[in-house]
Every structure is written in structure tokens, then in C-alpha cells.
Design a protein. Structure first.
Length: 587
């Protein structure tokens, strides 16, 4: 086939003009028509085009206009190049273009390029996959105006504790940091870096950690065209690769093998990569075992917990805080007394974790007489003495058993068997959120109904919003979305937007409701004043009262729309630049 009768999708590379592939450069030199992403691709690359080459900037074109240019040029027998930033397969939006060509019967080819994430790693002089630290690279982006699938929320991906590269997220750093920390695998000390325009002449690198990167990004004025890189791969700790280890045999080289326990890459350092002080912040951890093999495994878990706390910057843990209780041999404490003591302390306000190393049936029968409520019972985890499966049995969310099971499983390379429906299906859970954000659940019976509604696919939030007259629609949308993200609330669960009737014609509010495809409801001042204050009351403002006739617009509107009380305000009044938002759980 004559290669002139072909459309080529070419990756321009990460930015520097000489980082395009040899094939990509040749195609540019031969092209009769080039459609390029002018807002992202280095214009220097176009100097390689022929003088007579027709060049179009896709930043100013719609998909239909781009298709028309390329297809018309192809039918005229011209050689066409569609020049994309980085590698076309990463946020290149090429699928819809290729499908249009398929429908038109026009052949095409994709020429890969160097993604900016690899240029960023090169500039940082770091390796994404580091032995003993992280062997997984997660590439994603923060949810903004374009949503992401529920199972791919940043907090869900961050729970792996692996290396992460975030595209299209540098304008939402504070919200992004909150989402990353909500995954419970990273801490504020986890290394983080921003690489602005990787490999370009004006490249900038900002290094820090999740605790300070937002401030550093703001000081540097970085709001776009930057990658966010997160993970311990940016730190100093790592293990040597076994590929070039003189003790390790390969297909091409015979090594002088060491005994397995000395040559294993699974050291204490590498076994704790998903641990964090937050996920195991218990006042006491009791590891109960029934055999000698179980005791050895319990000791291993205890040591891993102590090491993880030490590495997260916490104070050292004593043997009284993390201790192994052996219930076998000629003399040992009574299991009944152990459980009675643990449950008594937990129900008295202590945060306790009990880890049974043995049969789940033993654990269930042992604790059954003491179980009261998931609001006060200790976290209970069980695992087999072979260290294969880790099962949270009690207080999975509020007590932290699910997090503990996942972390212990990471220590051992085991499988966490989490059966909580919201975890299994990746659904937002009110008890998990409440524990993470220090919010008191007013009523566990209602909380159970809320969970049932979520599992049934229902929306449960009412968002009360106030704003100045003539507010900008885009800024209001960005404000509300960022507040939701910063507070770990899923905006897709909102069922309605509410405000005072003085704002019924406010374009920014109606635009935002339309953007989410939700009804926009309003209430008179008298209706807002009748909202149920519950035990916690509303955030009152004399200024708002003078101007509107009610002391609170967003909180009272959220509660009025939800037909509930102020006790169920998950998010109280949050203000920024004349805009306010509050969120209540609906009836």
C-alpha cells in the first residue's frame, strides 16, 4: 500500500523537540498535512515540516472539524500526520478519531511517543519500580469537570500504596492531597514531586511530601502542565535488583546462591510498604495464638507493626502496646478473661485491635458473649496460622478492622478477605467516612438505612449552596467540586441543589444544577427558618440574617431539602470568595 494513503497518529514526545521517535520525525518531514495539538506540543517540531505542508492547530478545532480536515486531505492523496502530545495512548483522545476513520474506511497507523511521565522520572533521576519499595505504577488523574469511574477514585487507587503518576491534576493539589491521604496507605511524610513541562527548556521541579506539596506548588505558581508523582520510590530506601546480583542465577549467568532466607527480597523493609500510622492507630494490639506456629506468625506481625510505626515517624511501641498472648501449653491465661478485658477497655473508649491467629470459629465463640455494638466493640481480625488469609470479623469500618486486615495482609503477602458490601462494591460508606473525618454518627440504625440506600444505587446527599449575585458559573462549579473532594464526599451521590428563593434566578446555581443533571430547589426565608436544628444547631450569621431574612442559607437549605435535621450535616458551611456550600444526608 502506498504509505501516502494513510493517516498517522504520531506521539510528539514529552516536550523537548529531539525526544520524538525517529519514525515520528520522518513522517513529519514527509507530511503534506499536519494537525497538531498546539496547546501542548512543542512548536519547534514543526520546523521539520516541508515549506508547503499545511498545518492546523487542533486546540481551536472540534473533533468534527479535525476529522473533516484529515479525511479531505486523505482523499486528495496527501500524507497526513495527527501530532499528539507525549504518547497518543495516554490521555490522547484518539479512540474517537480512529473510530471515525474506521467508519469512513480510511486506514491509519499509530506511532508511539515518549510520555511526559517518563521524562519526569528522567528529570528526577528516579526509577518508578524499585525493588522492596514499589513494583506497581498507577497512572491516573483527579476527578474534575470530567468524571472518573467510581472504582477509580484517587482514594481507592491510593489505598495500594504503590507508585502513582497523576496527569491533569496540578490545578487541584489541595483536593488531590486529601484524596491521596484518604486511601490510608500514604502519610503526610510520603514523598511527592511536581514536574512542570518535563523536558522542556522551562522545566521546573518541586520536591516535597504530601504534607507540604500544596503550599510549595502555590508558592511556585504551578497550576497546569505539570505531573504529580507520589510514592516512596522518590525516597532513598530501596533494595538492589536481583537481576545483576552476583548471588542470583539467570538464564545467562550462574550465581553463587545464598540460602533463601538471606537472599529473599521480602525483608522487613519491603513488607511494610502499605502500612501507615493512621491505619493502625490503636491504643493496644493483642495478638492471640493457639499453637507454636501461630505464635511465630503473631510475633512476625507484631514486629512488622512496630517497624511500620517507627518508619511513619511515630514513637516506638512498647511490648505492652503490641503484645502476643499464647493460649497453649500447660499454663496460659484463660481466653474468656482475655476477651472480657479487651472488650471492656474498648467499650470504655480505648481503640483496640484483637488479632486471632487460628480458626475463625474459635474467635467467634470466644468473643460472642461480649459483643455489643460496632460503635464500641474492638476491631477483630482473624487469620490462619499459615498466613494465607486475613479476615476482618468485627468493627470493620468504625473500629478499623478492614484497614488492619489489609495492612496485615500486605505485611505477609496474604489475601485480605473483606466481606463488607460497600468495600466489595467500591461504594462510599458513611461509617468509613465518619471515622476518617472525626464525624459523629447520630444514629446507627439510620446509618444502616443509608448504607442500604447506597447499595441500592440511590443518591443520598442534598447540597445547600449560596453565592453572591452574578457569581461566575465555572468558579462556582470548581469551588463546590473541590470542597467535595477535599472532604472525601462523592459528588455523584448528590440528588439535588438547594438555596434560598432569592437565588432562584441565579445563573451560576442553575448552571451548576444543570451540569450535574439535578433539580434546583429553593425555599423561602420562613421555610429555612423552620428547618430542624437538631442537637447541633446551625452556623449563624447576623449579616446573612440582615440581607436574606434567615441566619444561614446553605446549611438550612441542605437540611430543608433533605427533610432531616442539622445533626445529619456531613459538611457544615464552607465559604470561599463569596460562595458557600453545606451537605446533608437526605431522609
Amino acid at each position: 500500500m502506498d504509505d501516502r494513503k494513510m493517516i498517522y497518529f504520531v506521539g510528539a514526545g514529552s516536550g523537548a523537540a529531539d525526544l520524538i521517535t525517529v519514525r515520528g520525525m520522518r513522517l513529519l518531514q514527509e507530511a503534506d498535512v499536519v494537525v497538531w495539538a498546539g496547546s501542548l506540543v512543542n512548536a519547534e517540531l514543526l520546523s521539520n515540516c516541508k515549506p508547503e505542508c499545511q498545518i492546523y492547530d487542533s486546540a481551536r478545532l472540534s473533533l468534527e472539524e479535525t476529522d473533516e480536515i484529515l479525511q479531505k486531505a486523505f482523499r486528495e492523496g496527501k500524507k497526513c500526520v495527527r501530532l499528539h502530545t507525549g504518547d497518543p495512548a495516554i490521555y490522547g483522545a484518539i479512540r474517537e478519531q480512529m473510530e471515525a476513520l474506521d467508519k469512513a474506511g480510511i486506514p491509519y497507523e499509530v506511532v508511539p511517543g515518549v510520555s511526559s511521565m517518563f521524562a519526569a522520572a528522567a528529570s528526577l533521576k528516579k526509577e518508578f519500580t524499585v525493588p522492596g519499595v514499589s513494583q506497581t505504577l498507577i497512572v491516573s488523574r483527579m476527578e474534575g469537570r470530567t468524571p472518573v469511574p467510581e472504582r477509580e477514585k484517587i482514594r481507592s487507587l491510593a489505598a495500594h500504596g504503590a507508585t502513582m503518576v497523576l496527569f491533569l491534576s496540578s490545578g487541584m493539589i489541595p483536593a488531590l492531597v486529601n484524596e491521596l491521604l484518604a486511601g490510608a496507605a500514604y502519610t503526610k511524610e510520603t514523598p511527592c514531586a511536581l514536574v512542570y513541562k518535563a523536558s522542556w527548556p522551562d522545566e521546573k521541579i518541586i520536591r516535597g511530601n504530601l504534607g507540604d506539596i500544596a503550599d510549595k506548588a502555590a508558592q511556585a505558581g504551578i497550576k497546569k502542565t505539570a505531573l504529580v508523582l507520589v510514592g516512596d520510590f522518590l525516597g532513598d530506601r530501596y533494595e538492589l535488583s536481583r537481576l545483576y546480583d552476583k548471588h542470583f542465577s539467570t538464564e545467562f549467568r550462574k550465581g553463587d546462591e545464598l540460602p533463601p532466607e538471606k537472599n529473599s527480597p521480602h525483608t522487613a523493609d519491603s513488607a511494610i510498604f502499605t502500612a501507615s500510622g493512621k491505619s493502625l492507630s490503636f491504643d493496644r494490639v493483642s495478638l492471640v495464638c493457639f499453637t507454636q506456629k501461630g505464635a511465630e506468625l503473631a510475633e512476625k506481625i507484631g514486629n512488622c507493626i512496630k517497624e511500620s510505626f517507627a518508619k511513619s515517624g511515630k514513637k516506638s511501641l512498647s511490648s505492652q502496646t503490641v503484645h502476643v498472648i499464647s493460649c497453649f501449653g500447660e499454663t496460659h491465661p484463660a481466653l474468656h478473661d482475655i476477651c472480657a478485658d479487651c472488650f471492656s477497655q474498648a467499650q470504655g473508649g480505648k481503640r483496640l485491635l484483637i488479632v486471632f491467629v487460628g480458626a475463625a470459629g474459635i474467635a467467634v465463640r470466644a468473643v460472642a458473649p461480649f459483643v455489643q455494638s460496632k460503635a464500641s466493640d474492638p476491631a477483630l481480625v482473624c487469620l490462619d496460622e499459615g498466613g494465607r488469609f486475613v479476615i476482618p470479623l468485627l468493627s470493620g469500618h468504625l473500629g478499623g478492622a478492614n484497614e488492619a486486615a489489609q495492612t496485615i495482609a500486605a505485611f505477609l503477602g496474604a489475601i485480605p478477605v473483606v466481606t463488607t458490601a460497600t468495600d466489595v462494591r467500591g461504594v462510599w460508606a458513611i461509617d468509613t467516612w465518619a471515622k476518617a473525618h472525626g464525624w459523629h454518627i447520630p444514629d446507627l440504625v439510620t446509618a444502616k438505612k443509608i448504607t442500604a440506600a447506597l447499595l441500592a444505587g440511590k443518591k443520598i446527599f442534598s447540597a445547600g449552596i449560596g453565592c453572591k449575585k452574578g457569581s461566575d458559573s465555572r468558579r462556582l462549579s470548581e469551588f463546590v467540586r473541590s470542597v467535595f473532594a477535599e472532604n472525601g464526599l462523592d459528588i455523584s451521590l448528590v440528588k439535588e441543589i438547594a438555596s434560598i428563593d432569592l437565588k432562584k434566578d441565579e445563573k451560576a446555581l442553575s448552571d451548576f444544577a444543570a451540569e450535574l443533571g439535578l433539580p434546583f430547589v429553593t425555599f423561602t426565608p420562613e421555610e429555612l427558618n423552620a428547618a430542624d436544628a437538631g442537637h447541633s444547631g446551625f452556623t449563624s450569621s447576623d449579616f446573612v440574617l440582615e440581607k436574606t431574612g434567615t441566619d444561614s442559607v446553605c446549611e438550612r437549605a441542605a437540611v430543608s431539602a433533605a427533610h432531616t435535621s442539622a445533626d445529619w450535616l456531613l459538611l457544615r458551611k464552607t465559604s470561599r470568595d463569596g460562595m458557600t456550600v453545606a451537605v446533608s444526608v437526605s431522609e
